[in-house]
Design a protein around this ligand. Structure first.
Ligand SMILES: [Zn+2]
Length: 241
C-alpha cells in the first residue's frame, strides 16, 4: 500500500540529493517532487554524472557544441525548480560506467552535503515497457549512486582518502528509486506539475514543448489516478537500517 511520506519527514537535516546520468533525467522523473520539497524548505542538490555531450544526432551539434548547451539548460531547469546547487561530474555522455572513481566522487558529495534522502534510478531496469531500451548510463549512475550510499559513504575505511579531506562517514536515511517496476511510495505533485513541465521545457535541445506537456500530464496523471490525486510521481523507497 503506497503512502505519502514526504510531509513531516523533516528532521535536523535539510538537504536532499538527486543523482542522475544526464541533464533532463531529473526533470522527467522527479521534478514535481523536487519542486515540492523546495517549497517545503529543503535544499535540493542535483548531481549530473555525464556532460550531456552526446545529446544530439544533428551533424551540426557535435559534442563540444551540445555539451555546453545542455549544461545551461540544466541550470535553467534547476533555477525554475528552486534547486540552487547543480554539480556536473562531466563524465563522457554515452559511456558511463559504475566505476570506483564514480562511486568515490558520489561518496565524497554525499559525505560533504549529508542529504537525508538520495534519489537515483533503478540499476536493474534494462527495459522500459516493450518500446525503450533503458539507457545504460541510467543504470550505471543508479548503481554507482546506490553503492556510494552504501557501503562507501557510511564505511570509515572505504576510500580513506575522503577522511584526509575531512569527510567523515555519513549514513543516508532513505533512497528513493526512480523508474522501478516495484514502486511503493508516491508523492502528490498536483501543485507542482506546472513547474515540472516548465523546467522540462527548459531542455530546449531535447524536448518539444507541447509534446512534453501532454506527455507528462498523461504519464504523471496515470500515476496520480492510482492514488486518487491529479498528478503523482512514484518511487521505490528504501529506508536504510
Ligand atoms: Zn537520460
Amino acid at each position: 500500500m503506497a503512502t505519502e511520506k514526504v510531509e513531516g519527514a523533516a528532521g535536523e537535516l535539510k538537504t536532499r540529493m538527486v543523482i542522475t546520468a544526464h541533464p533532463d533525467d531529473s526533470e522527467f522523473t522527479v521534478a514535481g517532487t523536487v519542486a515540492r520539497w523546495v517549497k517545503e524548505g529543503w535544499q535540493v542538490i542535483y548531481v549530473i554524472c555525464t556532460d550531456g555531450s552526446r545529446g544530439s544526432n544533428d551533424p551540426d551539434m557535435p559534442p563540444e557544441r551540445i555539451g555546453p548547451i545542455r549544461h545551461a539548460e540544466q541550470r535553467e531547469a534547476a533555477r525554475i525548480l528552486g534547486v540552487d546547487t547543480v554539480i556536473f561530474l562531466d563524465h563522457e555522455d554515452g559511456s558511463l560506467e559504475p566505476t570506483m572513481e564514480l562511486r568515490r566522487e558520489l561518496a565524497r558529495l554525499i559525505r560533504r552535503y549529508r542529504p537525508d534522502i538520495v534519489i537515483c534510478s533503478d540499476p536493474s531496469r534494462y527495459f522500459n515497457r516493450n518500446v525503450y531500451v533503458n539507457h545504460p548510463d541510467h543504470r550505471a549512475a543508479g548503481e554507482a549512486a546506490l553503492y556510494a550510499v552504501f557501503p562507501s559513504a557510511v564505511t570509515r575505511f572505504i576510500f580513506p582518502e575522503l577522511l584526509d579531506e575531512g569527510l567523515e562517514p555519513y549514513k543516508v536515511r532513505e533512497i528513493y528509486i526512480t523508474g522501478s517496476l516495484e514502486p511503493d511510495t508516491w508523492v502528490d505533485i498536483t501543485d507542482t506539475i506546472d513547474l515540472k513541465i516548465t523546467a522540462l521545457q527548459a531542455h530546449r535541445s531535447q524536448v518539444d514543448p507541447a509534446a512534453v506537456d501532454s506527455r507528462m500530464r498523461e504519464w504523471n496523471g496515470e500515476m496520480g489516478r492510482k492514488y486518487g490525486v491529479a498528478y503523482a510521481e512514484e518511487f521505490r523507497r528504501m529506508i536504510l537500517r
